[in-house]
Write a protein that binds this ligand. Structure first.
Ligand code: NDP
Length: 494
């Protein structure tokens, strides 16, 4: 034992660090009792006459009632979008469209704390994530696409770039405001108008965005927001829109693809994933541990590109597993509004049940489950961060998207075996590679069938970088110059 190691061994065992509660105040959020639909620049009562409650998944408390758009409401929203497109927005010079997008971006920054608190209240994600990731990235997306609005002829030289028309956009509950930004910013920059359908469980930040849109004086009808459940989404798919952009489950994505097939309408799908995070023996192990933890426990694992399958090269397996277990024990699970919380609430009871069912299948099929000691709040929807070892490729927990804080760990010996195992999935959204060799990163990236390959990092997002999948993870790209293409007709392209 070296002198330093001897000195360390002689130290008394330090008790676990206790954190005092550090709750973010919620008084900045002014909730209404009932929210209408945002159609033609105004909040209107639904023709359906129906509303539904939206809750906090951390407390199960009701936060507000939200209008449920029926087919008639969706039709009115599409009409408003069509009229705004044909009579105003598509003919506005790009520099003028950009001004509105810059205004929205700046207002998101100015009201960032309000948005972050509301996002955590309604969705259950830790405030430090909504504050440091969701809201800044949503603003960055509007800034980024505002920059393209008057440069479409440079983005797509030698062709006429025209808007597609009215976009129907359906988004999920895992990144409610960020997904709204991913959908709206490129569509508007390219001269389209939009009807956005937020997820049933997380409508509130989209409705706050509607207030920002009003304050930014966006012409009425350019953005319309119809809240509701799956039926509202289906009504939007059936409505006379020119393009559908969908993020969500592969199952619903397939149904939308069937519904739009042969109609000539454009479609982009961003669906599920079962990403491999691959750690080679030469990786910086502590850095890799942080990357693996971030890869699967960020946003409670409710991330389509989550690194939910960990592939570890055999020589570092024991060391990495030991460190992962230690790190798991330090994750603080609980109140999403506490600034120290690492893992917040599961988004809904239905999602909690789905995670529970898949985890039970892992145990039944013979994998070994590890969960650190962890106290969970009494009310609300919670799941202890979980690791599985002894996982084989045929287990459901290695094949199916769990969309929760659950990591399935497998091993490999050679780079070829890592590639084969990583690609052995119907999905292809993302992958991670941890190694100190640049040449190996490039070798792996060429062979991994995934839309994004991160190297020595994970879950990095930037508006300028295209994102999207292969195979059952969908098609089309969001972000970057590529993200404009689905919203443009490029006439005269060679
Ligand atoms: P869905 O695919 O059902 O939801 C995504 C969006 O589509 C929501 O706005 C939803 O509305 C809407 N929708 C539902 N049914 C239809 C339909 N028939 N036509 C048009 N739109 C529809 O995902 P879930 O919320 O049910 O989650 C199920 C699983 O999907 C998760 O466990 C996870 O594995 C995966 N998922 C993947 C996501 C990703 O980012 N790739 C995101 C979310 C989920 P509503 O919410 O009101 O039902």
């Amino acid at each position: 034992m070296s002198e330093i190691e001897q000195a360390a061994a002689a130290q008394p065992v330090v008790p676990a660090w206790e954190y005092a509660p550090a709750p973010e105040a919620t008084d900045i959020v002014k909730l209404k009792d009932t929210y209408g639909l945002f159609i033609g620049g105004e909040f209107v009562e639904p023709k359906s006459g129906r509303t539904f409650p939206t809750i906090s998944p951390a407390t199960e408390e009701e936060l507000a009632n939200v209008a449920e758009a029926g087919a008639e409401d969706v039709a009115l929203a599409v009409e408003a979008a069509r009229s705004a497109h044909d009579h105003h927005w598509r003919d506005l010079p790009g520099a003028e469209r950009a001004k509105y997008l810059y205004r929205i971006a700046r207002q998101l920054q100015e009201r960032a704390r309000e948005f972050a608190v509301l996002e955590s209240m309604n969705g259950g994600k830790p405030i430090k994530e909504s504050r440091d990731v969701d809201i800044p990235l949503a603003a960055a997306h509007f800034f980024y696409y505002a920059g393209w609005a008057d440069k479409l002829e440079y983005a797509f030289p030698h062709v006429q770039a025209r808007p597609v028309g009215v976009a129907g956009q359906i988004i999920p509950w895992n990144f409610p405001l960020l997904m709204a930004a991913w959908k709206l910013a490129p569509a508007l920059a390219a001269g389209n108008t939009a009807v956005l359908k937020p997820a049933e469980t997380t409508p509130l930040t989209a409705l706050l965005l509607a207030e920002v849109i009003q304050d930014a004086d966006l012409p009425p009808g350019v953005v319309n927001i119809v809240t509701g459940a799956g039926e509202t989404g289906a009504a939007l798919v059936d409505a006379p829109v020119d393009k559908i952009a969908f993020t969500g489950s592969t199952e619903v994505g397939k149904a939308i693809q069937r519904a739009t097939a042969g109609t000539g309408r454009r479609l982009t799908l961003e669906l599920g994933g079962k990403a491999a995070n691959i750690v080679f023996e030469d990786a910086a192990v502590d850095q890799a541990v942080e990357g693996v933890i971030n890869g699967i426990f960020f946003n409670q694992g409710h991330v389509c590109c989550a690194g939910s399958r960990l592939l570890v090269q055999e020589p570092v397996y024991d060391e990495l597993l030991g460190k992962l277990k230690d790190r798991l024990g330090t994750l603080r699970v609980g109140d999403p509004l506490d600034k120290n919380t690492d893992v917040g609430a599961i988004n809904s009871r239905a999602q909690l049940e789905k995670i529970g069912e898949l985890v039970a299948s892992g145990v039944e099929e013979g994998a070994f489950m590890y969960q650190p000691p962890c106290e969970l709040p009494e009310r609300g929807f919670w799941f202890v961060p979980t690791l599985f070892t002894g996982v084989s490729q045929s287990h459901r927990i290695a094949r199916e998207e769990i969309f929760g804080p659950v990591l399935s760990i497998m091993t490999f010996r050679t780079p070829e075996e890592a590639v084969e195992k990583a690609n052995n999935t119907p999905y292809g959204l993302s992958a991670g590679v941890w190694t100190e060799k640049g040449s190996r990163i490039l070798w792996m990236a060429e062979r991994l069938r995934a839309g994004v390959v991160w190297a020595n990092t994970f879950n990095r997002f930037d508006p300028s970088s295209p994102f999207g999948g292969y195979k059952e993870s969908g098609f089309g790209r969001e972000g970057g110059r590529h993200g404009l293409e689905p919203y443009l007709q490029l006439e005269g392209r060679p």
